[in-house]
Design a protein around this ligand. Structure first.
Ligand SMILES: Cc1cc2nc3c(=O)[nH]c(=O)nc-3n(C[C@H](O)[C@H](O)[C@H](O)COP(=O)(O)OP(=O)(O)OC[C@H]3O[C@@H](n4cnc5c(N)ncnc54)[C@H](O)[C@@H]3O)c2cc1C
Ligand code: SF4
Length: 473
């Protein structure tokens, strides 16, 4: 076990972020790297609890106390081995996971939790730099073929495991580059695309075929794929955005968050020039509607584009600073989250509903908002407008970041006549099987929008079910 009294001697120390004035001038990763000595000391804070709640909190079941122990002892290679046993892509989760494990860490009851996420990324980055991560193609091929549709973290995890098991896997992606939201949604300042490319290149060296620029359901029909492959795995994400139906929605200057974020990611990767970025926030008064992570990513991107001002509004009330009584440890703490983007200069407002967009003809000049009051009774929470609180927030660029409702249903899903659940996600049974024989599904496409770590966990589970199915045949 780690140092039994490490948590009494060592305080939590985070790697910290690049200075604010420096980082807002580029799109490079914000988070810094801690030196190896301090990192190992941070691992010593892990108490090796009898019941590791951190492990319970981690959706991919990372063996956190085990790798913290090895890290503390300086066995980086051993720590990598334990980490890779449960997580295909610790370099993604170590950077962008909101770390439910840390919310569940026993130290978090009355102290600061272990820096689990940062330890994770330190282990995998050391493994890459020391050459422990090598292509591991399977020794034998089974002769079975699998098509994975959609190359986000769920598709990547499923394809990775199925390929390593010996099946011949083709990963299809409609975009011109693979990676899903890791590449085109999440900004570079949170996750460098070089990190995504490094993993994809490794997977190709292990024998995975990746075909980009191919929309299944349009360029190739799902039914054709069914004839060509022994099994199909659908991991198309949940990219149908939640819209706001109010007067003025059609104005120029009102855009979905993803349309805005994709363009900046494409500029960063050199796929388009800055001049081709037609939703640029430079000099604009930006209003982000939606207080979640996607909204926060819009804030950071708009600030880097040199917006005149950035305001983020949310209809829900401001979360508390500490846990409420009905939200105890070890559950996810529903508390106020201040991202690095928020720190960079943004006004955040809560309890505001948007009534309409106002403007000159078709150009947006402002958004009329109204305060709402929330009330809970009989287990139901409702809101009502507060009279006399209507006002205009001046804006000439509105970004709608109110989440995603379900997968895109046109094309593949309707062509294959896949059964949907009540929320219009793809319906699967306990074995990740859809209503169509040989067709499996995973990731956001079956749950709705969630987290990278959940998508990886889902991709791992579906791969195991597909492997079982192919072997039984
Ligand atoms: C802006 C933003 C920021 C986020 N930040 C974080 C974060 O910091 N931390 C975190 O944990 N989570 C974050 N998330 C959530 C996370 O990115 C998703 O939960 C995760 O990527 C879902 O993975 P997935 O593989 O199911 O789907 P996706 O990543 O959506 O991948 C689906 C892929 O399928 C492709 N596809 C769709 N239809 C077809 C078709 N017919 N043919 C071929 N290909 C197709 C799509 O082009 C896409 O590449 C964020 C999401 C957004 C939008
Ligand atoms: S994947 Fe997320 S929950 Fe799991 S150990 Fe890493 S940071 Fe924690």
């Amino acid at each position: 076990m780690t140092d039994a009294s490490g948590f009494l001697k060592i305080k939590r120390k985070e790697a910290g972020n690049r200075p604010l004035n420096e980082r807002i001038c580029d799109h490079s990763e914000v988070e810094q790297v801690l030196n190896s000595e301090d990192r190992m000391l941070q691992a010593s804070r892990c108490m090796d609890c009898g019941i590791p709640f951190c492990h319970w909190g981690c959706p991919v079941d990372n063996l956190i106390p085990e790798w913290n122990d090895l890290l503390y002892k300086g066995d980086w290679k051993g720590a990598y081995g334990r980490l890779a046993a449960t997580n295909n892509f610790p370099e993604f989760t170590g950077r962008i996971c909101p770390a439910p494990c840390e919310h569940a860490c026993v130290l978090n009851i009355n102290q600061e939790p272990v820096t689990i996420r940062e330890n994770e990324v330190a282990i995998i980055e050391k493994a890459f730099s020391e050459g422990y991560v090598k292509p591991e193609p399977p020794e034998n091929r089974t002769g079975k073929t699998v098509a994975v549709i959609g190359s986000g973290p769920a598709g990547m995890a499923a394809a990775d495991l199925l390929n390593k098991t010996g099946h011949t896997v083709t990963l299809f992606e409609k975009d011109d580059k693979a990676g899903g939201l890791l590449r085109f949604g999440i900004p570079d300042f949170k996750l460098s695309k070089a990190v995504v490319d490094r993993r994809l290149n490794l997977m190709m060296k292990e024998g995975l075929t990746i075909k980009t620029g191919v929309t299944i359901g349009k360029d190739i029909s799902g039914k054709e794929l069914l004839e060509q492959f022994d099994a199909i795995c659908i991991t198309i994400g949940a990219s149908h955005p939640r819209d706001i139906i109010v007067p003025g929605r059609e104005h120029n200057g009102v855009h979905f968050a993803m349309d805005f974020l994709i363009l900046q990611n494409r500029v960063n990767s050199g796929q388009i020039s800055p001049a081709e970025n037609h939703i640029n926030a430079e000099g604009k008064k930006v209003l982000v509607i939606g207080g979640g992570d996607t909204g926060s990513d819009c804030v950071g991107t708009a600030i880097r584009q040199k917006a005149a001002s950035v305001t983020q509004i949310e209809i829900l009330p401001k979360p508390p600073i500490t846990r409420k009584d009905d939200n105890p440890w070890p559950y996810w703490g529903k508390i106020l989250k201040t991202s690095t983007s928020h720190e960079e200069g943004c006004e955040r407002l809560w309890n505001l509903s948007t009534l309409r967009f106002v403007g000159d003809g078709k150009i947006t000049r402002g958004a009329e908002v109204e305060e709402v009051a929330w009330e809970s009774s009989n287990g139901k929470t409702t809101f009502s407008p507060v009279p006399g609180t209507r006002r205009i927030i001046e804006t000439d660029l509105v970004l709608l970041a109110m989440g995603f409702v379900h997968p895109v249903l046109d094309g593949l899903v309707s062509e294959m006549e896949l059964e949907l659940d009540q929320r219009k996600n793809i319906k699967v049974d306990g074995k990740f099987t859809t209503s169509t024989h040989k067709v499996f599904a995973a990731g956001d496409s079956i749950t709705g929008a969630t987290l990278v770590v959940n998508a990886i966990a889902s991709g791992r589970k579906v791969a195991k079910e597909i492997d079982k199915f192919l072997r039984e045949r």
